[in-house]
Design a protein around this ligand. Structure first.
Ligand SMILES: [Zn+2]
Length: 276
């Protein structure tokens, strides 16, 4: 599934490619999938998309906003798989959840993996959608300061017990992060995924903040992670430190063996000595 760096990469590439293109035909999926969230019927989507012109895309967290002028906006969110741009004459994928053809013959397709939203709104109405409405500050926004982060931890530490992994992956507390990037953040911060956030001392809190910002920045600079593909079908350049390929190998910091544990809905890869 895409996390913030992959979505930022898609936005950048869309903005190099799509603005000004006019839609000849917009279609929803030909491959039924009950976990793809649509808010329009096939007919309605097709009718509303036709003739619209693509504006400048933007993103927040795992959500991508693509204006279709005049007056509409395509919202893609919490998705993964392949969102691809194709030149005129390229072969159309056999299966897709979204297929938008432009007047110049080029086209955009999306085929998500597990789930995902592909919705069309009148501009402004997308802000009322669940998960978009009330979204907290994301790690690439200027408001995501150390002060903000420390306040967030204080606020959360007073409530139910929450672990470091839960902070990074649950309930969009820090929107845009997910299971994949969280592993590297925890490694850089030298924290065990189960470490209760209420127990973090001030230095650990600052270290975790820096690990979030640095990991996200590096993954964006490298065009997303290597096990996802970008708008042109190319893998990203960010190679994760802690993932299944690291299992059984020496930890990049101490040389100890990287292990796997199951925790909070997924595998975690970690170095037991660095993240003890
Ligand atoms: Zn280590």
């Amino acid at each position: 599934m895409f996390e913030l760096p992959e979505v930022v990469t898609l936005v950048r590439q869309m903005n190099d490619t799509l603005p000004g293109k006019t839609i000849r035909r917009g279609q929803l999926g030909n491959s039924p999938h009950k976990f793809v969230w649509y808010n329009r019927s096939h007919e309605e989507f097709e009718r509303l998309a036709a003739g619209k012109t693509v504006g400048q895309a933007r993103s927040r967290g795992r959500w991508l906003f693509l204006p279709l002028e005049p007056g509409y906006l395509l919202l893609m969110g919490e998705w993964g798989g392949k969102t691809l741009y194709h030149s005129s004459g390229a072969k159309v994928p056999a299966k897709y959840h979204l297929y938008i053809t432009f007047e110049d013959g080029s086209f955009l397709t999306a085929m998500t993996q597990m789930w995902g939203a592909m919705e069309l709104y009148q501009q402004g109405e997308e802000q009322n959608r669940q998960y978009v409405q009330g979204m907290k500050t994301t790690p690439v926004e200027p408001e995501f300061t150390l002060e903000y982060f420390l306040g967030l931890i204080d606020e959360l530490a007073g409530g139910e017990k929450r672990s470091a992994k839960a902070l990074l992956t649950q309930n969009q507390i820090i929107p845009g992060l997910g299971n994949a990037i969280a592993q590297d953040i925890l490694f850089r911060a030298r924290l065990h995924p189960r470490h209760p956030i209420a127990d973090l001392d001030p230095e650990q809190r600052s270290t975790l903040y820096r690990a979030i910002v640095e990991t996200v920045t590096e993954a964006i600079d490298r065009g997303g992670r290597y096990d996802e593909v970008d708008l042109f079908g190319q893998p990203g350049g960010y190679v994760r430190l802690m993932d299944r390929n690291a299992l059984g190998r020496p930890c990049p910091a101490c040389g100890g063996e990287v292990v796997k544990i199951q925790y909070l809905g997924g595998a975690c890869y970690l170095c037991p000595s660095c993240q003890g």
